[in-house]
Design a protein around this ligand. Sequence first.
Ligand SMILES: C[S@@+](CC[C@H](N)C(=O)[O-])C[C@H]1O[C@@H](n2cnc3c(N)ncnc32)[C@H](O)[C@@H]1O
Length: 201
Amino acid sequence: MNAIQALRPDEIGLHLTTPLFRATVARIIERYKIQRIIESGTNDGTGSTAIFAQTGLPVDTIELKTKHAEAAKANLAAYPNVRLHHGNSTHRDLTDPVYGGESLPEMILPGLLENAGPGTLIFLDSHWMQGFDEFRMVYYWWRRRGFAPGEIILFMDDATNRKHSQSVHFLQRPQHGKHFVVNMAERWAWTDFSTRSDEED
Ligand SMILES: C[S@@+](CC[C@H](N)C(=O)[O-])C[C@H]1O[C@@H](n2cnc3c(N)ncnc32)[C@H](O)[C@@H]1O
């Protein structure tokens, strides 16, 4: 049994600092020759962002809530490879006002995608209401740019509940390409946008 199979879902907490998450990120980086990472949902920077930061790759991470962005700025100060964007990954009109930030920059995710190319790992982990909006931004960017399978990796947290279950379902529909999605530990999912063959159904 390898390290990924050895951990149970209940060993994974809110902050993604587990050995399983770290091992998965390392495997993806090596296998797909990842050059940069884009993340939505930094929180205080001590979870997934810290793990991305420790890879030494350029990391762009987006956090809307001022309290979290300020904490993340301090927590990530030791990593010059991390660029923290304090603002909205999507649009303020799509966002629960409880997050505040009406005067902050918005549509940061599509802006970052415009300058991204092969070898990008995109990690979506913001609010459940934004999950499918962010997913569609990535999916249609991927399609418009005509990337080959394996050039872009899309990694989503909460793939079995409301944040990204719809995104996984979308990817697997025949009209959207029947993309192969790896479900991890019943919580995360990632795709390299390769296509399943009919024999795998
Ligand atoms: C589940 S937490 C992220 C956890 C983090 N990835 C970790 O592993 O510790 C989600 C974060 O997304 C932020 N968020 C919610 N909506 C957002 C938006 N539209 N743009 C950017 N960040 C957002 C929240 O403020 C919250 O800090």
